[in-house]
Each structure stands twice: as C-alpha cells, then as structure tokens.
Design a protein around this ligand. Structure first.
Ligand code: FES
Length: 122
C-alpha cells in the first residue's frame, strides 16, 4: 500500500492529535504514549468529524464481588467523543464502548526515522 509522511512524530506530544487531509481522505492521528493510532475522520453514526472531538478517559463502574456498585471512576482508556451527537470511541480499538459493532475505520500508521506515515490506499 502506498504511504505518505504526514509530519514528524516529535510534533505530537502524548495525548495530542491532529487531522490531516490526503486527497479526499481526512485522517485523525492520535499519540498515546509512544504509540500512534489513526482513524478516518468520519463517524459511523452519521458521518460527523469524529476525530475533531474532545479526548477524555473512559468511565467505568466499580463492581464489587457481591455485584454491588461502588460508583464510577475514570479508566486509563482514552476516548474521543464525536462533536455532532456524542458517540464515543475507544482510541485503542476504535470501537464504541456500548456497541462493539459501531467502530471507526482504522488507518494503518507507523513511525519511521522520526516521521509519521499513513497508508493512503492508493
Ligand atoms: S455523527 Fe458522530 S455521533 Fe452522530
């Protein structure tokens, strides 16, 4: 698959993201620690610019061994929230936390010689 360099890895700090346009394709590139993930900037709900949404840590319920709840807490998972209607997606998996069938389209991304490269699919 053809690749294109879209910037230097050093330009994105941990937790930052950027949107790049490659022809008709818009891609959100996210830095998660030393890793990079990328998704098409198109929400599976109604096509909104999902990668332009806010990032936050997911929320999980604390369930005790007796199945009682001790409330909610932030998890270590990073999520992006679509600015149109609020669907959220786990940035590690691209999936909606409540329905794994609803997911972002991943774009292969890698770092080489300090540059960020994404596959453009021709
Ligand atoms: S278009 Fe993204 S939540 Fe509706």
């Amino acid at each position: 698959m053809p690749e294109i360099m879209v910037g230097a890895a050093s330009e994105l700090a941990d937790g930052e993201h950027r949107i790049v346009a490659v022809g008709e394709l818009e891609v959100g590139i996210f830095r998660l620690g030393d890793r990079f993930v990328a998704y098409e900037n198109r929400c599976p709900h109604h096509g909104g610019p999902v990668c332009q949404g806010k990032l936050f840590n997911g929320v999980e319920e604390i369930i005790m061994p007796d199945q009682t709840s001790r409330g909610l807490r932030f998890s270590k998972e990073r999520h992006v929230v679509c600015p149109w209607h609020g669907y959220e997606f786990n940035l590690d998996t691209g999936r909606h936390p409540g329905d794994a069938r609803v997911r972002l389209r991943p774009i292969p991304v890698r770092v080489a010689d300090g540059g960020i490269y994404i596959e453009t699919r021709g």
